[in-house]
Design a protein around this ligand. Structure first.
Ligand code: ADP
Length: 224
């Protein structure tokens, strides 16, 4: 049987986290747990959490740690994620969230934290041209649109520019990434969990690099 994985993927907005996480979740046959997608689902369903989160998300602000971590705790306690693992996308985003996550995944722990590294000028270009399906979240760009008329190739949903992909909200998210999320890189290096992967090149090439890094890690753990 294909082994699962307990993976966190970090990276700036536009680094290709979403795309890679979907691929990795298929490769390891584990759920893709994206806090951004979960929060957008809450907004769409107009739940109390969604109602509180909507304007914060549109402005590119972070949702309070407790609100996000409660949602993550519930998802990571389910049978599938507890049994085979997960690819966690968009969380943790602060040191406080990383501490909570440690408790949530106890006693199994995380297998690896991947930092997808892409230069800021490239992520700005990617974000300006990014388009997403409102229904399934599939990613497109103005350079690689869906086949027919901004209708999603996967599910037939409408493909649009995200509300928070305005220049102002993008700038705010990148600033918050530097201030709140970048410190996690040192935090996970100190715990010997971090591997940095170049997020440039084709999506296939990036996936191969990540899978290769996980193989190397497993080899090392077997030898230890
Ligand atoms: P991006 O990486 O482009 O910002 P996401 O889809 O990961 O996109 O997140 C969209 C928004 O959802 C964030 O700007 C933030 O408002 C909220 N969000 C997602 N994950 C978290 C989190 N772990 N902590 C706080 N806010 C979050």
């Amino acid at each position: 049987m294909i082994p699962g994985v307990r993976l966190v993927v970090l990276g700036k907005q536009g680094a290709g986290k979403g795309t890679q996480c979907v691929r990795l979740s298929h490769h390891y046959v584990v759920p893709h747990v994206s806090t951004g997608d979960m929060l957008r689902g809450e907004v769409k369903a107009k739940t109390p959490l969604g109602v509180r989160a909507e304007s914060l998300m549109d402005q590119g602000e972070l949702i309070p740690d407790e609100m996000v971590m409660e949602m993550v705790q519930v998802r990571l306690s389910e049978r599938d994620t507890r049994g085979r693992g997960f690819v966690l996308d968009g969380c943790p985003r602060t040191i406080a969230q990383a501490k909570d996550l440690d408790e949530i995944v106890h006693p199994f722990g995380l297998e690896l934290v991947v930092d997808l590294n892409v230069p800021t000028d490239l992520v700005l270009k990617r974000l300006a041209s990014r388009r997403v399906c409102v229904d399934c979240g599939a990613n497109y760009s103005t350079a690689a649109p869906p086949m027919v008329n901004w209708t999603c190739d996967v599910c037939g949903g409408e493909v649009i520019q995200r509300e928070d992909d305005t220049e102002e909200a993008i700038r705010r998210r990148l600033d918050l990434y530097e201030a709140e999320t970048a410190p996690l890189i040192t935090w996970y290096i100190e715990r010997d969990l971090l591997v940095t992967i170049a997020g440039t090149g084709s999506p296939d090439a990036v996936t191969r690099r990540v899978v290769g890094a996980i193989d190397v890690r497993r080899q090392k753990m077997r030898l230890a």
